[in-house]
Design a protein around this ligand. Structure first.
Ligand SMILES: C[S@@+](CC[C@H](N)C(=O)[O-])C[C@H]1O[C@@H](n2cnc3c(N)ncnc32)[C@H](O)[C@@H]1O
Ligand SMILES: CC(C)=CCC/C(C)=C/COP(=O)(O)OP(=O)(O)O
Ligand SMILES: [Mg+2]
Length: 298
């Protein structure tokens, strides 16, 4: 078992200076600033469990046997490990949908955060993974982590707008957005994935989207948008924008029932951020859904 440094040590380590392009819009500057400043314990303490730092939510049943008694002095530590296990399980399901990836392939993690999913993809497939994020703090964090793991020749994060990437046309075997598509126009986003993906390549997103059957975004959806400064799209918008950009859905999976146990467990923890009620209530009233869409680039 490798020895891990804590997130605090990672954050304070020297960063190599790199060219950082200017964000394309004032909104993107706000988002870059948001993620440069983000240091919520619910993300850092979970990442410290095994060195995979995620900015997405969890899926799957809670292992109550592993959690044990709430009175146990170790309960909070076990709770954090359990929330982290569910977040990593989410990324595993995303990777399950990427199809057959070889060591020679290059993948793109669009809106890569601190790089947890990029590391997991390399560990599973042995391939190269290129992450892009608006946040220089996140890119430095991810690159430092890749270096510590000795995989910086395969896993790299760049400060880059995912709507305008340096990847060559048709050069990428598979790409994904893990909870990062609510920050961009979907037509622009899928046009860019479609450009750099090979014909026959695979695109996967896990996202929260509002449900057209509800009518319009509910008050809970508006609350989530305000909390994260994002713009949640509807399920219909995803499917329409994919169809318009040569991305043909191969699987659409409603992960809403699978993510509720994560939220209900998180709501009982000391790491709550105040957004738990909005997710739980909107998933329950049907106005909001947690979905995976896997699409073929045709
Ligand atoms: C909620 S985090 C998700 C991080 C990561 N995908 C994960 O699962 O841990 C959203 C990410 O989207 C990125 N993002 C938002 N808009 C972007 C854009 N236009 N170009 C690149 N990254 C963007 C943010 O910088 C942040 O890293
Ligand atoms: C499903 C939706 C709508 C997601 C919005 C994007 C987002 C902020 C994801 C989680 O990030 P995080 O892990 O930094 O958030 P938190 O601090 O709440 O764990
Ligand atoms: Mg989180």
């Amino acid at each position: 078992m490798e020895t891990l440094v804590t997130s605090t040590e990672l954050t304070s380590a020297n960063a190599t200076s790199a060219f950082v392009p200017a964000p394309a819009s004032p909104y993107q500057s706000d988002i870059a600033r948001y993620w440069n400043q983000e240091a919520r314990p619910v993300n850092l303490r979970l990442g410290d469990v095994d060195g995979l730092y995620h900015h997405h939510y969890g899926i799957g049943d809670v292992d109550h046997a592993a959690l044990g008694d709430t009175e146990d002095s170790e309960y909070e530590k076990k709770l954090i490990a359990e929330l982290h296990r569910l977040e990593s399980a989410q990324a595993e399901v995303l990777l399950d949908h990427l199809g057959a990836i070889t060591r020679d392939d290059t993948l793109v993690d669009a809106g890569c955060g601190r790089g947890g999913s990029s590391v997991m993809a390399h560990q599973r497939f042995g391939c190269k993974v290129e992450g892009v994020t608006l946040s220089s703090t996140q890119a430095e964090f991810g690159n430092r982590r890749a270096k510590e793991l000795g995989i910086d020749d395969h896993v790299r994060a760049q400060v880059c707008n995912m709507l305008d990437t340096p990847f060559e046309k048709g050069s990428i075997a598979a790409s994904w957005n893990n909870e990062s598509s609510m920050y961009v126009d979907l037509d622009d986003l899928f046009a860019e994935h479609s450009r750099f993906l090979k014909v026959g390549g695979r695109y996967v997103t896990i996202t929260g989207c509002w449900n057209p059957r509800y009518g319009q975004p509910s008050k809970w959806v508006s609350q989530i948008n305000a909390h994260f400064e994002c713009n949640i799209h509807s399920r219909r918008e995803y499917l329409r924008a994919m169809a318009d950009n040569r991305l043909v859905p191969q699987a659409v999976v409603d992960l809403t029932p699978a993510t509720l146990p994560y939220w209900e467990l998180r709501a009982t923890s000391s790491l709550v951020t105040g957004i738990e009620e909005a997710f739980i209530e909107s998933y329950k009233d049907g106005s909001f859904q947690y979905v995976l869409i896997a699409a073929d680039r045709v």
